[in-house]
Design a protein around this ligand. Structure first.
Ligand SMILES: CC(C)(COP(=O)(O)OP(=O)(O)OC[C@H]1O[C@@H](n2cnc3c(N)ncnc32)[C@H](O)[C@@H]1OP(=O)(O)O)[C@@H](O)C(=O)NCCC(=O)NCCSC(=O)CCS(=O)O
Length: 383
């Protein structure tokens, strides 16, 4: 896709991320998947390059340019490895985002520079065994005792859970107030009582650590309340709005990697005396894949531009995530089809892309939730 609507700075960031992903991420993705862990040195390098502080302004130690630059960078890193794209997107959007948007100056001083440089990775502890799509149905409790918050409960599907130094934890502080009784907390993960119980064994993005966490009398100072008491759900949902742009970009990156692998294979693989790209059925598949990728990027950039401008983009972010994640499954499946039997083998990366892409229809709000959000926002649609 041509760069007509991108600034020089956006192109520069995208190209830097692309070179880095091609040189230092993609060659190791399969090994990291086997190890179930992204190399620590690579994560440190991402921090040095500014890739982990992309929503944080310079004054707080970050590299924020705008959400377009961020989305382009997530796409590139995810084209190198979907798991690394997940780490990057989740850390930026729902790790750094809540501190930046709702933290006091003191909380920002304490955390933002370390988060933005990657010295501290963030994780987002919202989901619970019984509270997935129904985000407000939390059982984790936080009680104020002698000037400290004592938190007890269980969290599920916490990406970056093992690696994180800071957890954004959502807990019920005022059970009688329903959705308005949920609050957010900054919990350093070395706080006694913050326990990572296990890393989950997943279908895809296996190098990304997805954890089950329990909080057992996990006690933090009163000052670790993030934002106003009772505003936890709004804090979670507003950061997920930005997060969904990141996950859409992740899906796009994975799908683009699958497309590029299929294109290269189709140019090389000869059947019936000619490269298979010269067979119309294969050429048509590639044409559809390319079109879907470019249409998706436009949706993502549109949502990213709105968010950069400080405009509401709840529906647009959900549209981008919905479309990108469903597109990614189709495109990755076509890439396997083009590879034939080889596409089903671990020797080629397309089977990993297919597995990695699947989660993007589920986390940070399933496709069903994105449709619900988009439909609800139609109340603003003027006819
Ligand atoms: C299904 C839901 C959309 C339902 O939401 P609710 O109806 O329960 O919420 P509301 O009453 O609409 O809003 C509550 C509160 O939040 C404010 N809000 C909502 N959206 C925004 C926004 N975009 N920006 C700012 N504020 C917002 C709203 O105004 C209300 O505030 P007040 O009370 O009026 O002050 C919702 O439950 C939902 O989205 N569910 C999906 C949850 C989800 O995505 N979970 C995934 C979590 S993380 C994960 O997947 C793991 C990977 S990772 O580690 O990231």
């Amino acid at each position: 896709m041509q760069d007509l609507e991108l600034t020089e700075e956006q192109v520069m960031i995208r190209d830097m991320a692309r070179d880095f992903a091609r040189g230092e991420i993609a060659p190791h993705a399969q090994a990291w998947e086997k190890a179930g862990w992204i190399d620590d040195a690579l994560v440190a390098k991402m921090g040095e390059l500014g890739l982990l502080g992309m929503v944080v302004p310079e004054e707080w130690g970050g590299t924020y340019v705008d959400y377009v630059a961020y989305a382009l960078a997530v796409e590139e890193i995810s084209a190198g490895d979907g798991a690394t794209g997940a780490l990057m997107s989740i850390h930026n959007s729902v790790g750094c985002g809540p501190v930046l948007n709702f933290g006091t100056d003191e909380q920002k001083q304490t955390w933002l520079a370390d988060l933005a440089s990657g010295q501290a990775i963030g994780c987002f502890c919202l989901t619970e065994p019984q509270a997935g799509s129904e985000a407000h149905n939390l059982r984790t409790r936080a009680e104020l005792r002698d000037g400290q918050w004592v938190i007890n409960g269980a969290k599920q599907f916490v990406s970056n859970g093992k690696r994180a130094k800071l957890a954004i934890v959502f807990a019920v502080t005022d059970p009688d107030l329903g959705k308005k009784g949920i609050s957010a907390f900054l919990v350093p993960t070395d706080t006694p009582g913050f326990n990572v119980d296990r890393s989950e064994h997943k279908m895809g993005i296996r190098a990304s650590d997805t954890c089950a966490v329990t909080l057992s009398n996990c006690t933090v100072p009163e000052a670790n309340l993030l934002g106003a008491r009772g505003k936890g759900l709004a804090i979670a949902l507003s950061n997920l709005e930005g997060g969904r742009i990141g996950i859409a970009a992740q899906a796009l990156g994975i799908a683009r990697a699958a497309f590029e692998a299929a294109l290269a294979y189709a140019r090389d693989r000869v059947q019936f005396d000619k490269p298979i790209i010269e067979h119309q059925s294969i050429a048509n598949l590639l044409a559809d894949m390319h079109t879907r990728l470019n249409a998706t990027r436009l949706l993502i950039l549109h949502a990213a531009r709105l968010r950069s401008a400080g405009k509401p983009c709840l529906s647009e972010a959900s549209q981008a995530k919905l479309f990108a994640s469903e597109m990614a499954e189709k495109v990755c499946s076509s890439a396997i089809q083009i590879h034939g039997g080889y596409g089903y083998l671990e020797d080629y990366p397309v089977e990993r892309y297919y597995r990695d892409a699947r989660i993007t229809q589920i986390y940070e709000g399933s496709s069903e939730i994105q449709r619900m959000v988009i439909a609800r926002e139609l109340k603003h649609y003027l006819v």
